[in-house]
Design a protein around this ligand. Structure first.
Ligand SMILES: [Zn+2]
Length: 90
């Protein structure tokens, strides 16, 4: 896993990534996941993407899961965008 730590979006306090936390322990604001992007880039390449599944888990290097066996998916992501009918003019 390429997660390095969790960072508070408001006060920037760093939190341990492997603890179950929902909000900053100091100010109660949401936490952002920070990644080692250089390490992620070693395996997340254009070439590697071509052979992967067509959902959000194709970008697993920048998702917070340690073990791929723990991935739970309903096939989210990787779908085509379309214009809702409400936006169409007659
Ligand atoms: Zn905070």
């Amino acid at each position: 896993m390429n997660v390095t730590y969790l960072e508070c979006a408001a006060c920037h306090l760093e939190h341990e990534a492997r603890r179950l936390l929902n909000l900053c322990r100091e100010c109660g604001k949401p936490l952002l996941v920070r990644y080692d992007l250089e390490r992620a880039a070693r395996t997340l390449t254009k070439e590697s993407l071509s052979g992967r599944r067509a959902d959000v888990w194709r970008y697993r290097e920048v998702l917070p899961v340690d073990n791929e066996e723990n991935i739970v998916s309903l096939g989210e992501g990787g779908r085509h965008c379309f214009r809702p009918r409400a936006w169409e003019s007659n």
